[in-house]
Design a protein around this ligand. Sequence first.
Ligand code: MG
Ligand code: MG
Length: 269
Amino acid sequence: MIFLKSESEIEKMREAAQLVSRTLAEVAKEIKPGVETGRLDRIAEDFIVKNNARPAFKGYGPKPNPFPATLCISINEEVVHGIPGKRKLKEGDIVSVDCGVEKNGYFGDHAYTFTVGECDPEDLKLLKVTLESLYKGIEKAIHGNKTGDIGSAVEKHCSAYGYGVVRDLVGHGIGKQMHEDPSVPNYGKPGRGERLRTGMTLAIEPMITRGTWKVKSLSDKWTIVTADGSNAAHFEHDVVVREGKADILSTFDYITEITKNEILECSYG
Ligand code: MG
Ligand code: MG
């Protein structure tokens, strides 16, 4: 079931999404070689709670193994759902940080892939192309289009570079639940899928690899890695479908103020 949001609901969702944006910027300040991922998680949780919200990932998922942390931190060949802990970031790592909050009954969910110090130029290219593909997808998130228009735009852009477009995990509707209908795959055919209507709120989130689209999960039951060990990137925004142009609720501006990584500054509209 798809829930269309009123303008007052959308403003609450914007507040939730913007809190995630600011949380990711707090994390960005601490991304450097030698930092434990568990420390990043604590920073994020403290910031969210201080802002009168709830970390939405913590405790999410079926018992007896719900997700145990505030952030998903996924390094290099880890695609998504990595669990923060004692692992330390290293020079040259690429690190995807995904964060969700619930604030005033509405959810925000977005993600950014950071570089740690100097990275392999090929990894940097992967990040840039994945970020570009996110905005290509968002361009299609307009009234009258279909979810397949979003997926095909993402897929077309990334496939042109020979990258793998992960198929087992997809974007989604978002609102009073973190995951609502419809599914928003990062692949597809134009004109296929669910029809998009003004007031639909979507989390669009390309997960792209330098190798295969195939993934597998680790024995911790959460971490998803590429099947071939190639590195992966993940960027996610929350958007509102509107007539003519989507409205992006989240922003990477707070992050880029910290990282000053011009290659990963990509704007929309
Ligand atoms: Mg997410
Ligand atoms: Mg999501």
